[in-house]
Design a protein around this ligand. Structure first.
Ligand SMILES: [Zn+2]
Length: 253
């Protein structure tokens, strides 16, 4: 089966060459975000220096971020996407310089669960971080978008109850995000965290469900981890000694 062979060859090349170690860069931690640390001190101008691809949010929890090919977009809770300005800031974001190690062509119908299984089956191990990109045609996509918050901030589980959800059908677009290992717990989202932007770059969000009709999956291995912690008082005050795993599951699913 040529497709499988391609995957295996690329995986072997990526795993053995050691040339592309891929740096996964994140600012702040998911546990800080979950408990309401919605303002960070990192600008998007600074974040851009660490990658051309990634996902995140904005100060005040003002929508969802998706980046690929060096283009960064903000999707606000009205469902609309626009380019990110360098002076904007983020309380939580993850980026990398995307260099694919594994490529999987898709020509059959895949739900989000199918897609995750297809990718998992192609990974050499669940112990590294992976950046995941899908370019394709989607039968359906359901996304949520964080609505902008005003201080004093509530927790993210409270925000999740009021977040708008959008559904679209028969769209071309890009999925971008990461698969983090289980040991990322506390700092990031274990498992998959994926965002979507349509082909026209006008709409998207944090993916809740999708059906991929056809397309191409690209996976980039990440074996260097860089976590940049905010210098803000709100981050300093956050109680990061509590296990927030169940809250993270509520917020991300
Ligand atoms: Zn998200």
């Amino acid at each position: 089966m040529p497709n499988r062979l391609l995957v295996l060859l690329l995986a072997a090349a990526g795993a053995l060459s050691g040339q592309s170690r891929g740096e996964f860069f994140q600012t702040s931690t998911i546990d800080a975000l979950v408990q309401g640390v919605y303002d960070g001190d990192m600008t998007y101008g600074e974040l851009r220096k660490h990658g051309d691809f990634g996902i995140g949010t904005f100060n005040g929890l003002d929508g969802e971020m998706i980046a690929f090919d060096g283009r960064y977009f903000q999707i606000t809770s009205d469902g609309k996407a626009r380019p990110v300005r360098d002076e904007m800031r983020t309380p939580f974001a993850s980026v990398t310089t995307f260099v694919p190690d594994i490529v999987i062509p898709v020509d059959g119908r895949l739900t989000l669960e199918d897609l995750k299984q297809r990718i998992d089956a192609a990974l050499p191990s669940a112990n590294w971080y992976y950046a995941v990109r899908v370019n394709g045609r989607f039968e359906s996509v359901s996304v949520r978008i964080f609505p902008r918050q005003q201080p004093p901030y509530g927790s993210l589980t409270e925000v999740a109850r009021t977040q708008p959800v959008f559904h679209s059908r028969n769209v071309d677009g890009v999925v971008a995000g990461f698969r983090c290992p289980e040991f990322a717990k506390g700092t990031n989202v274990p498992g998959y965290h994926l965002h979507f932007l349509n082909q026209e770059a006008t709409a998207g969000g944090h993916i809740l469900a999708l059906v991929l009709s056809s397309g191409r999956i690209e996976i980039a291995m990440q074996r260097e981890i860089h976590i940049s912690l905010p210098s803000t008082a709100s981050f300093g005050r956050a109680n990061l000694a509590i296990d927030r795993s169940s809250d993270v599951k509520v917020v991300e699913k």
